[in-house]
Design a protein around this ligand. Structure first.
Ligand SMILES: Nc1ncnc2c1ncn2[C@@H]1O[C@H](COP(=O)(O)OP(=O)(O)OP(=O)(O)O)[C@@H](O)[C@H]1O
Ligand SMILES: [Mg+2]
Length: 250
């Protein structure tokens, strides 16, 4: 049996005396789009903070492609191919779109200092950054400072940076939050495009987006996974409808 892209085993997290993540079991298959849904405060973002090494776990294990990454530092987890996108902090606002993409690529290759003269001479890198900008629809804005991009273009750039960093397991936290209907449609198309050969985990409140994109859905309620399965099964699950959508929905 091949390893899962990501596996959470009896994961627990307390803040003070309050247990927020209460024994989460989750196995995410490679190459899938897996959505995690649940009411506000269920612990979705906290799960991401544990997976990316931002917060130490209280107990339990986290496995990335079969390797134990529990409580490893964030840069080490990123180096192993896991990345959380849609964090504005990933973007250097004064640098152009192209420079942001190149910077992420070089970082992944291990270059830390004085690399600017170097990147122009590496044709493979130049081609790869072109391909990534093309794929994310940013080609025409290559020389625009990232801070001047529209909101949805900044989010596309965050995806571009994630791709450039070489990640193959990508966590998205509410990727379409604050977007108009047409921006949401574009974001969904982009997410679907980049999911080729990669594993995507999506936390999202927009059920249209969730049921459109996800191949598997897990429902987190009060720090526990109450159901996992294909969208049709989750949609039909009475306990899920009650817990997540309220008794009237069930
Ligand atoms: N650093 C922290 N210290 C203390 N409590 C925290 C911390 N981070 C999260 N919490 C608490 O953990 C619970 C879960 O929060 P979390 O942000 O993970 O929920 P969520 O499912 O992402 O919610 P939303 O859908 O609103 O984004 C909340 O009660 C929150 O107050
Ligand atoms: Mg959250």
């Amino acid at each position: 049996m091949t390893a899962h892209a990501l596996e959470l085993r009896n994961l627990r997290k307390s803040f003070g005396k309050t247990e927020i993540i209460r024994g989460v079991e989750l196995a995410i298959e490679k190459g899938r789009i897996h959505a995690v849904i649940g009411p506000n405060g269920a612990g979705k973002s906290t799960l991401y903070n544990l997976i990316t090494g931002l917060h130490p776990v209280t107990s339990g294990r986290i496995l990335l492609k079969g390797a134990d990454i529990t409580d490893k530092p964030p840069y080490e987890i990123a180096r192993r191919g896991l990345s959380r996108s849609f964090q504005v902090t990933n973007i250097f606002p004064r640098m152009s779109v192209l420079e942001n993409v190149r910077c992420a690529m070089l970082w992944d290759l291990g270059y830390r200092y004085s690399f600017w003269h170097f990147v122009g001479r590496r044709r493979d890198l130049a081609e790869r950054s072109e391909a990534i900008m093309e794929q994310t629809g940013l080609g025409s804005r290559r020389n625009v400072p990232a801070g001047l991009l529209s909101y949805s273009d900044q989010r596309a750039l965050e995806i571009a940076i994630t791709l450039a960093s070489g990640a193959d397991v990508i966590l998205l936290d509410e990727p379409t939050a604050g977007m108009s209907r047409s921006e949401t449609e574009q974001a969904v198309a982009l997410i679907r495009k980049i999911s080729q050969d990669r594993t995507l985990v999506i936390v999202e409140h927009d059920m249209g987006v969730v049921f459109d994109l996800a191949e598997t859905i897990s429902v987190l309620v009060y720090g526990q996974i109450v159901a996992s399965g294909p969208p049709a099964e989750i949609r039909a699950n009475t306990a899920v409808r009650e817990a997540y959508l309220g008794p009237e929905a069930a």
